[in-house]
Design a protein around this ligand. Sequence first.
Ligand code: PHE
Ligand code: FE
Length: 285
Amino acid sequence: MAVQPVVYGNSHRPPRGDYERANADYTCTQDWAQYTEQDHDTFRRLYQQQLSRLPGLACDAFLSALPSMELGRGIPRFGDINQRLRQATGWEIVAVPGLIPELAFFELLARRRFPVTDWIRTPAEFDYIVEPDVFHDLFGHVPMLFNPVFADYVQRYGEGGLKAHALGAGELLARLYWYTIEFGLIRQADGLRAYGAGLLSSPAELAHSVQSPSARRIGLDLVRCMRTRYTIDSFQATYFVIDSLDQLIDMTAPDFAPLYELVRAAGDLSAAAIQASDVEITSGK
Ligand code: PHE
Ligand code: FE
């Protein structure tokens, strides 16, 4: 049975993945044998390039988990990653043909299953691709799932997503995902670092987000964050900063139903909006 393909936002671009392969829950089998030598080579080159850019920019949790991923030889078998990931935090990764619908996504996360796109970009897209591919999903997202605190946050996010979906607030909660799990910054004792996958897997935005004096960084505030629209085809205009991974758990523990009401009443903000209440974080310590 074919499931419906999914596109980002209101994009008219046809999605890339082959959704004929997907099961009802949108997962599919990673057909490892069909990767070509060029696919593995693209992955290895992306990996080596990004590895060299991490020092001073990636957070400690990411750096300490990355070696367990053993990504240096090419696109790994998801089953091999899962042996180590299950042991670390009880999470596992599942293959998907590309972006999946909100509800299916929340359902997987709530069960500690992280969807990973199984195809890789072409060499022509080496530096930039709009849709997530296996490099973004594996390199960007999976190391953080080895961290017990972050792993719990993502599961709770999935559970919160199911609730938000029922309340018609999935889009608002998606902004929290975007500004934490994709583009989040954290203040460590030794300075600002990235923990968001969209930053960690990006050759140019990683340094920009952490170091550029022109990037806007503000302390994470839930209502402020869920009011803020985002862009998918340029650097983020605003980054939200946390002081510890525990903060993600603590901040999101309360019931969000009243927050969604507040967010709706306050209205959307543009990605670059400035509010008097914003707590600016400077790029230094
Ligand atoms: N506590 C939130 C609620 O009641 C759920 C949630 C948890 C949302 C974790 C995001 C992250 O809706
Ligand atoms: Fe992502």
